[in-house]
Design a protein around this ligand. Structure first.
Ligand code: PLP
Ligand code: TYF
Length: 396
């Protein structure tokens, strides 16, 4: 019966890894898949992670199941990191944490929960968004629609976004990127978050905030502004948090599904359903990544070291953003690409067209997503002049 099955293309972003590895150009530059890179182009294991792993190796006593919600100690560390140390929501027992296989696993938990417990609700994502949002929500059976986010001139289309949100059917789910919007790098200002909150309240929407890059924009606390504003002013919301980027734990699959309810009683009800969703997907989450995070955040010393390393990564990316624009100045292109200096997080919508992206790949060995999305962390002092020259060449 398999003879009827059609072959489909693989993930376009992950496909870039293979294409890049095959390229024999000695000057090649990888601005494709969203993993952090240091000045040497590697994605190192953080020192705090290495130390936590050494402690785990020594002290871990069992590999038994940890339960569908994962380790409560992990939840107790992630909740204040996301909602704030002094969050009134935590004090009131209104928030629940379910350890998940990465942010992706948390998104699937949210999607399955919405599908089974809030039937009929549509889900709205930004246009553009991370392509896996489309796949995950549709695979869970949700009706997916888009609201505008980036305009034809490659700017944040906040007016378009807000106007569209005002038209969403009452009670639908709206997916928001907490910070470091993937793929565009355009984030909302504090004032814009207040405007979004107002519409969410008016339309009684359920926000699902995807928080995959906490600490990669302006700081751990700063990046949580929108999440906390919504959480503190709404009765209910869903948050999907990921430790893939900020702890560099990509392959360990470490995330968290956070749910905020009106009161403790309703939180426990929803929480019981979330355990069923987890059980039906994978039973128990993987333990190792979350154990590392717990080990780090429970130790003042390791936590301080981790924050320092995270700051180093963030500062490097934000420095590269400025350097990129500066490197284009000699070609008179600094104004055209000034947005890269203003965007935040790992990614930038550069405004390069698919044809220019193809030329950068074929003629210069510079790889990025065809939408013009570049992983800024793939830049380095050594390759910046080369990249700038290549961008100038495809602008001729
Ligand atoms: N959401 C967004 C917007 C992302 O870019 C990613 C990234 O990789 C994720 C969620 C989930 O990441 P992971 O499942 O690796 O934690
Ligand atoms: O957008 C990115 O590059 C990251 C990594 O299927 C990623 O979020 C990309 C594709 C994918 C899983 C992760």
């Amino acid at each position: 019966m398999f003879e009827q099955i059609q072959r489909v293309p693989g993930d376009a972003i992950l496909g870039l890894i293979e294409a890049f590895n095959k390229d024999t150009n000695p000057n090649k530059v990888d601005l494709g898949v969203g993993v952090y890179r240091d000045a040497k182009g590697t994605t190192p294991i953080m020192r705090a992670v290495k130390e936590a792993e050494a402690l785990l190796l020594k002290n871990e006593t069992t590999k038994s199941y940890i339960g569908s919600h994962g380790d409560p100690r992990y939840g107790n560390m992630i909740l204040p990191m996301v909602l704030g140390e002094d969050s009134p929501i935590l004090a009131a027992g209104r928030a629940s944490a379910t350890q998940s296989p990465g942010g992706t696993g948390a998104l699937r938990l949210a999607a399955d929960f919405i599908h089974s417990q809030l039937p009929g609700k549509g889900i709205w994502v930004s246009d553009p968004t991370w392509p896996n949002h489309l796949g995950i929500f549709q695979a869970a059976g949700l009706k997916l629609s888009k609201y505008p986010y980036v305009d034809a001139e490659n700017r944040l289309d906040f007016d378009g976004m807000l106007a569209a949100l005002k038209q969403i059917p009452v009670g639908d789910v709206v997916v928001l990127h907490a910070c470091c919007h993937n793929p565009s790098g355009f984030d909302l200002s504090h004032e814009q978050w207040h405007d979004v909150l107002k519409v969410v309240q008016e339309r009684e929407l359920l926000p699902l905030v995807d928080f995959a890059y906490q600490g990669f924009g302006d700081g751990l606390e700063e990046d949580a502004f929108g999440v906390r504003l919504l959480a503190e002013n709404l009765d209910e919301m869903l948050i999907t948090s990921s430790c893939s980027k900020n702890f560099g734990l990509y392959r360990e699959r470490t995330g968290c599904m956070i749910m905020v309810a009106r009161n403790n009683e309703q939180m426990e009800n929803v929480r019981s359903q979330m355990a069923i969703v987890a059980r039906e997907n994978y039973s128990n989450p993987p333990a190792h990544g979350a154990a590392i995070v717990t080990e780090i955040l429970e130790s003042a010393e390791l936590a301080a070291q981790w924050r320092e390393e995270l700051t180093e990564m963030r500062d490097r990316i934000n420095g590269l953003r400025r350097d990129f624009v500066e490197a284009l100045a000699p070609y008179g292109l600094d104004k055209k690409y000034a947005c890269v200096g203003e965007q935040r997080g790992m990614f930038s919508y550069t405004g390069l067209t698919p044809e220019q992206v193809d030329r950068l790949r074929d003629e210069f060995g510079i790889y990025m997503v065809r939408s013009g999305r570049a992983n800024v962390a793939g830049l380095a002092n050594e390759n910046l002049p080369y990249v700038a020259k290549a961008i100038a060449a495809v602008n001729d």
